[in-house]
Design a protein around this ligand. Structure first.
Ligand code: FUL
Length: 688
């Protein structure tokens, strides 16, 4: 009898065992899940461009130019590891067609370079270093090939696939294959020197290329604007968006489509395939190495912002490290990476929610398995679930005593789909609750940053979700506050001001190129900088004795005498006010600048619109000079390569000095052939 009772009870317990929640919408494959958990990995840009100081090669550079003196792929891998990266993706072939491995299908490779007398293989060296130190490797193979004579014809697709097969076969396991959306345009094309546009949707016959990858590297993630496995976040600043869905309407998209960034890159709530976002950015303005950017390595603050806006907004982070002409990552870049990693370790050092009590408003089947405490157990595979159909719920974590904090990490259990559409955070102190944050999506990981609060309890409130929310993790941290560097500004009259990041901080600066310290000028009031000068400055908090990193800005001659003489409206001043946040929009295809005096000039810069979805970007130009605004001489014609995806300041150096008072910028082509032209800033580089 006793046993019968026990048996019946056991049976009952088993019967009422709560069933797992049903998946919602598209869900990740195991490979996508493993990839997402990598969170942070690196990009390596290296090739002929490194030696020609270019971002995009035309395809006609002699392979003899490729000659790294002390290439050290172990240094790349060890640097990446110290930065906390889990993998490295290398530009095996960039748009210029030059191959970093001795492909049997072309002469345009390391085989015909002086490096190791043509017997070297960069991809092999990297794969060996990755294997030795336990880092994953991925491949960037540019679909666009400005060298290949058959680019644009069906024959090129066979060539492309043969190269891909070599890479997939000879270098061990690859975690990601990267297909850039930039393709088609002018190029060398085996000597044809012409423009070749391709039908990006159909030309590459991607489906059959993907099959090759699935067969040879079934674990690899295939990346492009349209996936199929992971997608571009839509900008080269390294951030995902406030609302970032991993589901994507993949079938409506093809790689390189012009409207992708604005229209699709955030993913869609009702997306039909799981295609999570990857945010890419370079540690410097350009992707390839340029000596002139040694002073432009991103600051700690910028790198942290990037991390929080990518990994912290449901994307992975792909951070680029350019390799220099020696074949190494520059010391300045390594230092910044180590600082970034150390700071992130500090930020997430002590989870204040660990071992605390969590209580939820609803628990699925009142089951222990789906209880609120599952968000605190350091195990991603366990999660708090609400009842099926309940898209609103809340969960309270009780610290039992006041705690100070400024970061909250929340993770959804994505193997059953991304669900949360809207959530907020409230904190309680002395019995009163108040809201401190309100956001939309969570996804795999959402990290909230907010000013420090002191509270005894914190509440996560889900206001809306596609289906019952499944929350895997909630962590709470008190990250050390770092002092932000000042922002250096100059107006058209040449007056320099510093924007002070926080009240109570002081600013110290130099104008003689020396590193500033506490004995340098202390900033009291705006001052004049009329000639070429580098301003270097840092902020200092006298209370904590903490200081920011040093920031610097290079100014050339001040623009107080400058005018645009063929201005089409009064906003023309915005092109020459030393402020790239203001813009001059025009339909003119020429901009004529009067510098007000005769100057010796060795180059110029153009800053395109810095808006989130910039328009009117100049891609091809011709520059003319004149001393009298009557007779003009052509100085240089060229292309601002990669400006569509990376709308940074563009620097053009002349091959000789010119003496000129007037400059005429002729706009030969704009991105997407837009009629409007936008100039955020024009500048000159004078002889010093
Ligand atoms: C872009 C390319 O055109 C750039 O040169 C760079 O490789 C970047 C990662 O992708 O679209």
């Amino acid at each position: 009898m006793k046993y019968l009772l026990l048996y019946t009870t056991l049976l009952l317990v088993t019967c009422v065992k709560t069933s797992p929640p049903t998946p919602v919408g598209p869900i990740p494959t195991q490979e996508q899940l493993n990839w997402q958990k990598m969170e942070f990995y690196g990009f390596i840009h290296f090739g002929l461009n490194t030696f020609t100081n270019a971002e995009w090669g035309f395809g006609n550079t002699d392979p003899q130019m490729f000659n790294p003196t002390t290439i050290d792929t172990e240094q790349w891998v060890l640097t990446a590891k110290k930065a906390g990266m889990k993998g490295l993706i290398i530009t095996a072939k960039h748009h210029d067609g030059f191959c970093l491995w001795p492909s049997t299908y072309t002469d345009y490779s390391v085989r015909n370079s002086p490096w190791k007398n043509g017997s070297g293989d960069v991809i092999k060296e990297l794969s060996e270093a990755c294997k030795k130190y336990g880092l994953k490797m991925g491949i960037y193979l540019s679909p666009w090939d400005r060298n290949h004579s058959e680019y644009g014809k069906p024959e090129y697709i066979s060539y492309f696939r043969a190269q891909l097969t070599e890479l997939l076969t000879n270098y061990g396991p690859l975690f990601e294959i990267w297909f850039d959306g930039a393709n088609g345009g002018d190029g060398y094309y085996g000597g044809a020197n012409e423009i070749r546009y391709v039908d990006k949707r159909n030309y590459y016959d991607w489906e059959n290329t993907h099959t090759i990858i699935r067969n040879l590297q079934p674990d690899a993630i295939i990346w492009s604007d349209s996936g199929p496995d992971a997608r571009w976040a839509g900008n080269e600043h390294g951030y995902a968006y406030e609302t970032t869905w991993s589901p994507l309407v993949r079938d409506s998209i093809y790689g390189g489509m012009p409207e992708y960034a604005k229209k699709y890159s955030m993913g869609q709530e009702n997306g039909t395939y799981w295609v999570p976002a990857e945010a890419d950015v370079s540690i410097r303005p350009g992707w390839f190495y340029h000596v002139s950017e040694d002073t432009k390595v991103k600051s700690l603050k910028q790198l942290l912002d990037i991390y929080y806006k990518s990994v912290g907004q449901n994307a992975t982070l792909l951070l680029n490290l350019p390799i220099n002409t020696q074949g190494r990552i520059h010391k300045k870049d390594s230092i910044q990476l180590i600082k970034m990693n150390r700071q992130l370790e500090q930020d997430f050092k002590n989870n204040l929610a660990r071992n605390k009590k969590a209580v939820a408003s609803i628990v699925r089947g009142k089951s222990k398995k789906y209880d609120a405490s599952m968000v605190l157990d350091d195990d991603y595979s366990t999660y708090w679930a609400t009842e099926e159909g309940s898209s609103q719920a809340s969960l309270i974590i009780d610290f039992e005593q006041p705690k100070q904090f400024n970061r909250i990490v929340i993770q959804e259990y994505i193997p059953l789909g991304q669900r949360v559409k809207k959530f907020s955070i409230a904190v309680e102190n002395n019995g009163t609750w108040h809201q401190i944050a309100s956001h939309s999506t969570i996804g795999y990981k959402r990290i909230l940053r907010f000013p420090k609060v002191v509270a005894e309890r914190v509440k996560i409130i889900i206001h809306d979700a596609k289906a019952s929310p499944l929350i895997s993790t909630v962590e709470v941290f008190n990250a050390p506050v770092i002092v932000d560097e000042p922002i250096i500004k100059r107006n058209k009259e040449g007056i320099v001001t510093f924007e002070i990041p926080e009240k109570g901080t002081s600013i110290y600066y130099t104008l003689n190129n020396n590193e500033p310290d506490l004995s340098s000028h202390s900033y009291k009031q705006p001052f004049l900088v009329s000639g070429p000068t580098t301003v270097k400055a840092f902020s200092y908090d006298p209370d904590t004795e903490e200081r920011s990193e040093t920031t610097s800005r290079r100014f050339d001659i001040s623009k107080h005498k400058w005018t645009i003489i063929n201005a089409s409206n009064e906003n023309s001043m915005h092109a020459i006010d030393d402020d790239h946040t203001t813009e001059y929009r025009t339909n003119d295809k020429e901009i004529i600048l009067d510098l007000g005096e005769l100057l010796t000039i060795k180059g110029f810069t153009y800053t395109p619109s810095q808006e989130r979805w910039p328009k009117g970007i100049i891609s091809h130009f011709t520059l003319f000079s004149s001393t009298d605004n009557k007779s003009w001489h052509k100085v240089k014609a060229g292309e601002f390569s990669n400006i569509a995806a990376n709308p940074n300041i563009q620097k053009v150096n002349f091959d000789f000095y010119i003496k000129s008072q007037y400059l005429k910028l002729k706009i030969d082509r704009t991105v997407n052939h837009s009629d409007v032209v936008i100039v955020a800033e024009l500048n000159i580089i004078t002889k010093q």
